[in-house]
Design a protein around this ligand. Sequence first.
Ligand code: NAD
Ligand code: LMR
Length: 324
Amino acid sequence: MKDPVRIAITGGAGQISYSLIFRIAAGDMLGPDQPVILQLLEIPQAMEAMNGVVMEVNDCAYPLVRDIVATDDANVAFKDADYALLVGSRPRGPGMERKDLLEANAAIFSVQGKALNDSASNDVRVLVVGNPANTNALIASCNAPDLDAGQFTAMTRLDHNRALTQLAQKTGKHVTDVDSMIVWGNHSATQYPDISQCQVDGKPALDLVERDWYENDFIPTVQQRGAAIIKARGASSAASAASAAIDHMRDWALGCDGIVSMSIPSDGSYGIEEGIIYSYPVRCKGGSYEIVQGFELDAFSKERMQATEKELREERTAVEHLLG
Ligand code: NAD
Ligand code: LMR
């Protein structure tokens, strides 16, 4: 057995965490040979509910769980954390866009960025799930000057997984037959789920589907999937979000075959402004990720990529006062 690692999860009493914590405790994120110490953060009003979650985790008698810390102090939750999943924040309701949450949620991420800087392991890997995830990750990163910006990522893996399923169902294949799906940009309605580089069972995806389906059905369906779930469930996605968070962290930590989408600090690749947290195609290996270079992109793709970049630049301007 390996030495235990410390995993901080914020919003421990929330609906995403109610799926996430149990799957991490079962070994789905870091493997069946990796013991974990769970460090859960909540606001004071939700501590009682989170203590109930802790009771349930204990009642599972998970072999991998070595300790559980439940706290309303960010510095305690992030103490020596090797992984931090920043979930705790308000979800949107019907009729809202995710960026409408900036005002309510942005301050959380400046406080937590500072606490990560002061208390977490120097190698901490951070995933921001709370919306608007990309700009919240930028805020956290800018408030953690001693950590590398590349340690801060945001979640577009749920969009990536949604796109895989839509394309697999349309072509009568399985998600495991689809290679090189890409989600570019923001976790928002401007994101660009791009199948122009995709192969399905070895054949170019664009040869298998009608252009009209791609532009007028596939892209809007993936862009609007979060809103469709809110409408159907009366609450935003939770189990699928937790599953995507596990996929993101597992692949980052342990590596994976093929290309996945991660929102990471732009280094200027594909002409995107440096510094914003933008979803790129990446390969994960040996505990790190690398942007996949060299895709040839047509005018349609470039226009979509720039539209979502523009939204991220606007969100950054709106929170300039929190960027340190
Ligand atoms: P929820 O309301 O069920 O839970 C959020 C929890 O966070 C609550 O228990 C709340 O008390 C806690 N919280 C609030 N402020 C906090 C703080 N400062 N520190 C610690 N905890 C705090 O919401 P949810 O459904 O679990 O969603 C959480 C967030 O994840 C929302 O912003 C939602 O929009 C977002 N989300 C993102 C994705 C994605 O793909 N990136 C997917 C689904 C949901
Ligand atoms: C999602 O994509 O399901 C989440 O970001 C929740 C939302 O507000 O859509």
